[in-house]
Design a protein around this ligand. Structure first.
Ligand code: SAH
Length: 254
């Protein structure tokens, strides 16, 4: 059944009333009619099975048949601090990491970013939000990953460390592998440390030595992904998948 994130304003406990672009998708693309069923989500953690009662040019209405908690969200909350990348590579990161289960994206400005402006065009941010939403709907996500405003590396490091364990992916590291670091976090006495983990990924040209030192100074842990050099847009995806796999989050629901 097709899933759509909608505004909480479109929902009452027993009815849904949709306008805007989703109407076009339901009516003209998916050719839905009264009687069709969809799942709508309001990003609250609940999802609603809906039977359409009206499908017109401007409005789609339906009745809520069933309300249930979403169950596809991972326990591990991975925040990806992705250095800004050229062209559609950044969009690739948003789409793929939404599919795999990342819960937050923070565009980060590193020294070697080709894109060198923190003020991202609002239309670009809107496009990025749409990419995240479409990927979340397609991937059966229960919540919408958050997209934060772009920030400088120092600010990103401080925010990462405040939230919990913070990893910096760097191919120049020899003494810390992802596996050894995640195992160390697992062994953390209070046990909850791996529920919020932040992963920082460098730009096409990598981090400078000064940036690695600066991040380490804030408590961000440099980590290697092994001897092969991944593209920036590959590194975050691989790390998110590896952490989720390690924590048993790539298992079928009972
Ligand atoms: N310096 C690299 C380019 C950077 S790769 C080169 O020689 O081509 C882009 C980013 O992906 C890096 O900044 C790092 O965050 C991540 N990355 C890629 N391969 C990695 C690896 N083997 N270990 C850790 N991080 C890696």
């Amino acid at each position: 059944m097709h899933r759509f994130f909608v505004s909480p304003d479109d929902l009452t406990p027993d009815r849904v009333s949709l306008t805007g672009t989703v109407v076009h998708q339901l009516r003209n693309v998916l050719r839905m009619t009264p009687g069709s069923r969809i799942i709508v989500l309001d990003d609250s953690g609940w999802e609603y099975e809906v039977e359409l009662t009206e499908v017109s040019r401007e409005l789609v209405e339906g009745v809520v048949l069933v309300r249930r908690l979403t169950e596809t969200e991972p326990q591990v909350k991975i925040s990806l601090y992705q250095s800004l990348l050229k062209g559609d590579r950044f969009e690739f990161v948003l789409q793929k990491c939404t599919e795999v289960g990342v819960v937050e994206f923070v565009p980060t400005l590193a020294a070697r970013c080709v894109v060198s402006n923190l003020d991202i065009d609002p239309r670009r941010m809107d496009r990025w939000e749409r990419i995240i939403q479409e990927a979340a709907e397609q991937a059966y996500r229960g919540r919408l990953p958050r997209l934060q405003p772009a920030m400088l590396l120092a600010e990103a490091c401080k925010r990462m460390v405040r939230a919990g364990p913070a990893l910096m992916l760097h191919e120049g590291v020899t003494q810390a592998s992802l596996h050894s670091l995640v195992a160390e976090l697992d062994a953390d006495p209070n046990g909850s440390s791996l529920f919020n983990v932040s992963v920082l990924v460098g730009p096409e040209g990598g981090f400078t030595d000064a940036e690695v030192d600066q991040a380490a100074g804030y408590g961000v842990r440099p980590v290697s992904l092994g001897p092969r050099i991944l593209r920036s847009e590959t590194a975050g995806l691989v790390t998110a998948a590896a952490i989720l796999y390690h924590r048993g989050e790539l298992e079928p629901l009972e």
